[in-house]
Design a protein around this ligand. Sequence first.
Ligand SMILES: Nc1nc2c(c(=O)[nH]1)N[C@H]1C(S)=C(S)[C@@H](COP(=O)(O)OP(=O)(O)OC[C@H]3O[C@@H](n4cnc5c(=O)[nH]c(N)nc54)[C@H](O)[C@@H]3O)O[C@H]1N2
Ligand SMILES: Nc1nc2c(c(=O)[nH]1)N[C@H]1C(S)=C(S)[C@@H](COP(=O)(O)OP(=O)(O)OC[C@H]3O[C@@H](n4cnc5c(=O)[nH]c(N)nc54)[C@H](O)[C@@H]3O)O[C@H]1N2
Ligand code: SF4
Ligand SMILES: [Mo]
Length: 884
Amino acid sequence: MTATVRTTCPYCGVGCGVLATPDGQGGAGIAGDPEHPANFGRLCSKGAALGETLSLEDRLLHPALNGARVSWDAALGTAAAELQRIAEAHGPESIAFYLSGQLLTEDYYVANKLAKGFVGTPHVETNSRLCMSSAVAAHRRAFGSDTVPGCYEDLDEADLIVLVGSNAAWCHPVLFRRMADAKAKRGTHLVVIDPRRTQTAQEADMFLGLKPGSDVALFSGLLVHLADHGFRDRAFVEEHTAGLDTALDRARQIAPDLAAVAIATGLAPQAISAFYDLFARTRRVVTAFSMGVNQSMQGTDKGNAIINCHLVTGRIGGVGQGPFSLTGQPNAMGGREVGGLSNMLAAHMHFAPEEVDRVRRYWNAPRIITGEGMKAVALFEAVRAGRIKALWVMGTNPLVSMPRADHVREAIQGLDLLIVSDIMANADTARARARTTVLLPAQGWGEKDGTVTNSERRISRQRRFLDSPGEARADWAVLAEVGRRLGHGKAFAWPSAAAVFREHAALSAFENGGTRDFDLGALADLSDGAYAAASPVQWPLPKRGGPKPRLFSDGRFFTFDRRARFVAVQPPGLAEAAGGAHPFVLNTGRVRDHWHTMTRTGKSQRLSAHRAVPFVEVNPEDAAFHGLTVGGIARVSTAHGAAELEVMVTDAVAPGHLFMPMHWNATYASAARVGALARGVPDPVSGQPELKATPAAIAAVAYRARGFVLSREAVPMPEAWWWARAAIPGGWGVQFATHDGSREVALALRGLVQAGGYELAEYADHARGRYRCAVYDGTRLVASIAVAPTEARPDWEAAKALFAAPEPEAPERRALLSGRAATEGAGPTVCACHGVGLDVITATIQGGAGSVEAVGAACKAGTNCGSCIPEIRKLLTGETAKAA
Ligand SMILES: Nc1nc2c(c(=O)[nH]1)N[C@H]1C(S)=C(S)[C@@H](COP(=O)(O)OP(=O)(O)OC[C@H]3O[C@@H](n4cnc5c(=O)[nH]c(N)nc54)[C@H](O)[C@@H]3O)O[C@H]1N2
Ligand SMILES: Nc1nc2c(c(=O)[nH]1)N[C@H]1C(S)=C(S)[C@@H](COP(=O)(O)OP(=O)(O)OC[C@H]3O[C@@H](n4cnc5c(=O)[nH]c(N)nc54)[C@H](O)[C@@H]3O)O[C@H]1N2
Ligand code: SF4
Ligand SMILES: [Mo]
């Protein structure tokens, strides 16, 4: 295979089209697909670096049973026999599936059918509970269906875009560039509402840095403002909605006046009223929201408080207007379509008796479940309590990403049966062990075939362009095989992913007749050839009627009376207030260049350059008060767990707040699993856990020495050291901190890197705590070590540049030992695509480049994917300020 293949990016919910051209050696050239309507050829840094994540290093390639490699037959034989035994001994409800918004729709459909229809357990949960479930619940309360009304074109056509709890510049970068284009083209105003001054906020016309958890107050105040100042769309409210009076009464209680909103949100009254005015005056407004809304103990109410404001103004279903839930994962939407959440049945149907009966008949599944299963937090509690005996985890890494992850890790060990389907052998969950543990190697992106649905309901194909490695298999095929082994041959007999898709599409249309939003009737008879060639399409796509980019333009919703509902929301609040031993609010989220628990992006040196170590953002005031210094190590702890991270001092976070990224897993850092710290109190409606506000403490950790090891192969670090690993050009780098002195460090590390026959070039000054060493295999540099006292932490950027050359010349060899750069350093990477560092960009600006374009022309930074443009703009502003 070397022809170019059209496929879809496996990361975020923007769902960008990708052109992949295999190189014949297991890799591929990656480019944006100019014809895909989500990105028109653009890719962000993560998408552009996909080629660097395709290596087979650390891949799970063979099935394993209790740690030993076995055949597929043995692995699935054990899995099926154990599932059968457990179902008989403890009832099918003691079995659970924990799935993922990163599975393909076909995988998800088969898992859901197997569990709910044939194993007979309602406990089919997914990581989407931690991601989208509050938006789903808010949609259902307001619209009677889980419908995202708008489409990406609405962002191009809006005059005002309000981003609530969304760091789109980093998390939906290609969509964010569309917003920036709209700003340039039609002067679209951008408002960002976030307790943290993110890169997205830097780009905004208005930034509202509200108190965490106070969104409901802000949007209740907005509802009151709109209703009282003549912005009500009376005809729309009258004909197409219900419940305004009650919702408005409640909003008035929460936000009687501007002063009340100011107190609740911590915002200045002028800022609030400027926002209210702008919103009121602008008809074309899209309010896009993401995890700052959903991952909250009040996520559903936050969503409805936003939707209420769109309903009262009738701004929904029209061009350039509407509430817009930005989905996180590539197939968060597909998961909802198949019914992968435990409170759904299938194809946007729930548990009304006629719905259960309909799906029962369609599946021919007499044992179909009739009610909801447990939601993620409750599910893992049930695992801990021993009520769940068997768990199949597929495409998600809960030992890192679940709140109270240390408890989850412990709980899992008590299972009778743990099945993990993953692509990586080193994923934390794939390394867990229960009484019986079955590890199943999955085909990854580029190896598997199927469909995903993005944030605007657009279904795109992920296509295979690489050979399947080792014994990896498609997840749907494995699930189907287990279905057959459990005796349900007929229901699980699909010959291909296309056949699964047809069955899924036909179910969506089955006895639908316009009563359910989700309808793929037109695709129910798609031939194998048409499936193979399918272009991206948006649903609904009923047999007759054609596609609809926007829903609700006719004012008809999916409630029984076809009216949308205003929702009376609860007053704002956090699950737990910070104070006492835990005086800080710990916020968690994402960085630009890593994806979730890093099992894939961790392999890319380009993506690991932007943020190479796990860090915690601290406000300068707090840093001064707690003796925290830039680059020092701090211990952040909560009632549930602790992490050690590098300190980043920044006024992006307000005093009293901390921010920590969610990415570092146990393979990449000694102690930075975010989930261990989060409390995760679930929203009472959606069950989505609060992940943005756990009370926490922070303290400096006084390590004696700091240093790094660069090596061609990953080197394990000694116990009790702090460390963080990153892919670097030419190999792996690990930065460490230890209470040992340089002499002990030298001893420990020499032992680790020095295999037979290697030569060492060393420089030691143990009296001053310094040690450097370069390890050669002949003329080939295989490792480089540097240690110094904490306050004189050695510079890793310069050494990384030297390490990139496999056979350094004499000046570079000297530089490795002296610690002084042979040439000018580039500084930490800002532009991942072209590898341009901070120092280079700063020098370019100081040299006269006065705009993003000029910087790009001079040093290429920002000219490929554009994900770093916000950072370049920030540097420009900073340098101009300095100059003035
Ligand atoms: N680079 C990158 N991109 C990704 C991902 C990734 O791992 N890496 N993951 C994808 C996935 S699955 C998801 S779900 C999305 C998430 O995308 P986002 O939701 O944009 O990302 P987060 O960083 O989780 O959180 C967004 C913001 O919510 C803010 N926030 C915290 N508390 C509050 C609050 O009370 N109110 C408000 N208004 N805001 C608050 C945080 O400060 C943070 O800046 O990103 C997707 N895209
Ligand atoms: N504190 C805190 N916690 C959070 C969040 C937060 O903001 N803060 N965000 C939450 C959100 S929004 C999300 S979406 C979750 C994400 O959290 P997870 O879903 O746990 O994160 P991933 O790293 O994406 O896990 C995907 C796993 O599937 C594997 N995999 C990749 N491709 C395939 C495949 O084709 N088949 C199979 N079977 N496996 C595959 C990967 O190697 C990896 O182990 O984290 C949640 N947890
Ligand atoms: S914005 Fe980036 S991560 Fe998201 S789908 Fe597009 S290329 Fe992939
Ligand atoms: Mo997510």
